[in-house]
Design a protein around this ligand. Structure first.
Ligand code: GCW
Length: 676
């Protein structure tokens, strides 16, 4: 028996008022494909669970029966619909006369599957299913999930157990679990998943060998039934590690030939293989720099090999000097991705896509948007988010990331004048990219809840829903998730919704202030340590001394990072007057007595937010306790436990940060609260 926490938002809770609906008793299928089979299976499962009705699959072209009708546009002769639907799009329509018919029509069979999940969502969230007239097209083309799973079973930055794919350097092949995973992902529209860590070590380098490809293919087979293409992270130096060559020079003909053959071999096992995800010349991973070649040379070599098969290269831009000297104030890690990649605009093959982290540093609780978005009109771009909460509480703390991601997607780059938002860059419309999309590092593992913190399921769900349509309001996404996960009681809905909505800003309050980031313990990145990364080689500094804090990234007398933005944003960030408070320490070094736009000084802001943050966590805990009896005991207790830990650890953050700045600045808290 699968638990509620395992089923996540596909619980399909019983709804008494839906017990006797004619249309749910029969399913008409006009076309049979593997994916449509999955759609039928899901409808049967969902309808049975929600209504108690066991639908029967029948053939009925004429419409003599009340039924749900599954078809692609072509098989249903609705070819006029073709114009309104993109590749993964679909239509939901219902009629009550003469028979109750509910049409789930996809442009392709994938659309049919998405329509089935949408219909089940309607039933679960008590929306009217009798007056459906909905056309849905995903706005984002590549809707990807990246795993950082290693073959030994560990997950880099994983906070929910071990890998669901690997253990002891072998595939687990728990088909049931992988299938449930594929169902969850398809239900939110994910269409590509890379299954292994971008740091490709020895064991994972072998994923593209004859020994392991049969197992990779088995996972791909499951994904395929749910419209998901499988991707692999590859080792840039594979020609040396497993190819018997002495070089990985991308312009060496032997190297190129090796990749061409290797790629063809992969497609013999997996006909719809998605392609390669590549972390090269980054954090000690090999790459083309060794051979005095650039990233375009490296990426294009792989692109060429994948081109005949419609495969793509997802080349990451997380490239920077991780052996910096902290005394060197001219090197700025924030500038690195832009400096490396912008000059290469237009030099990449058509099936190469650059994957760019949302911010210029590394998934901090607050960062500006990476200036690379919008800066490369001739190069396909994919945005990378991090669902796993590496720097946002590691699934011990509640931190709902949808508000953060929405801010990124809505950010105006001004690349082509006003309205050149990040979402328009990565949906491909601003520059007419051939490929574009959004990726994220997943937060799942093999724990029964998939995500450790049950409320972190909301980040996974919300990610899929948001990238399907970046214009979806946060509240819509949250409502859907809460209702499907915990049922429709208004008290639960309102309470959980509010908890989620505030959680990112709460987390920000008691951790690193005003956009400066870091201040975590090195390596594992959990818990406060103000100077943890201060004198380290990673390029992660706050430059706090007794007078002030922050990184001067201005053109005027700083690192010049601000210049990477288009003029409107350059102006905003360059001047401390117009720089938004929440990022002021990211862009400027200011005295502790600097007065923020909010009217408080930096030092007082630090004290205030850290005290407030802990009080807010107390309130989160109170809110949750008020749901005792409204949520099943297991999930109630589990979440209670996490919130209790969060409260403890937020106090630690408060005290360590406040003490540090009190001692450094010597300035008292205006309210004379206890600072150690
Ligand atoms: O932030 C760093 C993480 C690494 C990660 C790297 C990356 C997979 O701490 O664990 O490596 O980012 O994104 O490549």
């Amino acid at each position: 028996q699968k638990t509620d926490e395992y089923k996540c938002w596909l619980r399909y809770e019983r709804k008494k008022d839906l017990a006797n609906i004619e249309a749910l008793k029969k399913i008409v299928v006009l076309e049979k494909t593997e994916i449509i089979k999955s759609a039928v299976e899901e409808l049967k499962r969902g309808i049975l669970s929600i209504t108690g009705i066991e639908p029967e699959v029948i053939a009925d072209r004429e419409g003599n029966n009340s039924a749900i009708v599954l078809a692609t546009v072509d098989s249903s002769n609705m070819t006029t619909l073709n114009r309104s639907l993109n590749n993964d799009g679909y239509m939901l329509q219902s009629f009550t006369k003469p028979k109750e018919r509910i049409y789930l029509t996809g442009k392709t069979d994938k659309g049919v599957l998405y329509a089935a999940f949408h219909f089940l969502r309607i039933l679960q969230t008590n929306r009217d299913y009798q007056q459906l007239d909905i056309i849905e097209n995903p706005k984002t083309q590549l809707r990807m999930i990246n795993h950082w799973d290693n073959m030994d079973g560990s997950i880099e930055r994983g906070y929910a157990g071990h890998s669901i794919f690997f253990e002891n350097n072998q595939f687990i092949l728990d088909y049931g679990r992988i299938k449930d995973y594929a169902r969850l992902m398809a239900s939110i529209g994910i269409n590509g998943i890379s299954i292994n860590n971008v740091n490709v070590h020895k064991a994972e380098t072998n994923l593209i060998t004859k020994e392991l490809l049969p197992d990779v293919a088995k996972v791909a087979n499951i994904f395929r039934q749910y419209g998901i293409r499988l991707f692999l992270s590859i080792n840039y130096a594979s020609t040396i590690e497993i190819g018997g060559l002495s070089t990985a020079d991308p312009l060496d003909p032997q190297v190129r030939e090796w990749w061409t053959k290797k790629t063809a071999e992969i497609y013999q096992y997996i006909e719809d293989f998605g392609g390669f995800v590549v972390k090269a010349d980054s954090e000690h991973r090999p790459g083309p720099f060794t051979y005095n070649r650039n990233h375009a040379d490296g990426a294009n070599m792989l692109g060429e090999a994948l081109l005949p098969f419609d495969g793509i290269v997802i080349w990451r831009c997380f490239v920077y000097d991780c052996l910096q000297d902290w005394r060197d104030r001219t090197t700025d890690r924030a500038k690195a991705a832009y400096d490396h990649f912008k000059p290469l605009d237009g030099q990449f093959l058509e099936n190469v896509i650059l994957q760019i982290k949302n911010g210029p540093m590394d998934f901090q609780v607050r960062e500006p948007v990476s200036p690379l978005f919008g800066a490369m009109p001739e190069t396909n771009q994919v945005l990378e988010f991090q669902i796993t909460q590496e720097y946002t509480g590691q699934q011990k703390h509640l931190c709902y990331l949808i508000p953060q991601w929405k801010k990124v997607l809505d950010f105006d780059t001004y690349a082509k004048g006003e309205g050149s938002t990040v979402k328009k860059v990565v949906d491909g419309t601003l520059f007419h990219y051939k490929y574009s999309g959004i990726s994220a590092v997943t937060n799942i593992g093999n724990e029964s809840s998939w995500t450790g913190h049950i409320l972190a399921q909301a980040n996974l769900y919300g990610y899929g829903r948001l990238i399907w349509n970046p214009d979806l309001p946060e509240a819509t996404i949250t409502d859907e998730w809460v209702t499907q996960t915990f049922g429709k009681h208004p008290k639960i809905l309102n309470t959980v919704k509010e908890m989620l909505a505030d959680s990112w800003s709460i987390y920000e309050k008691y951790t690193a202030p005003l956009g400066v980031g870091w201040m975590v313990n090195p390596n594992h990145h959990y818990g406060p340590n103000v100077d943890g990364y201060e004198y380290s080689p990673w390029g992660t500094y706050h430059f706090a001394d007794w007078k002030g804090i922050g990184v001067n990234r201005t053109k005027k007398d700083g690192t010049g990072y601000t210049e990477q933005y288009f003029p409107e944003n350059f102006d905003m960030y360059e001047s401390v007057e117009t720089c938004p408070d929440e990022l002021v320490l990211f862009f400027h070094h200011v005295p502790y007595t600097h007065v923020l736009k909010s009217g408080t000084t930096v030092i007082q802001h630090i004290y205030n937010t850290h005290f407030e943050g802990v009080e807010d966590v107390e309130n989160l805990l109170e809110s949750w306790i008020s749901l005792n009896g409204f949520v099943d005991e297991k999930r109630y207790n589990d979440i209670l436990q996490r919130l209790t830990i969060q409260l403890e650890h937020s106090k630690e953050w408060r005290d360590i940060i406040n003490t540090y700045f009190y001692r450094k600045s010597g300035i008292n808290d205006e309210l004379n609260r206890v600072i150690y």
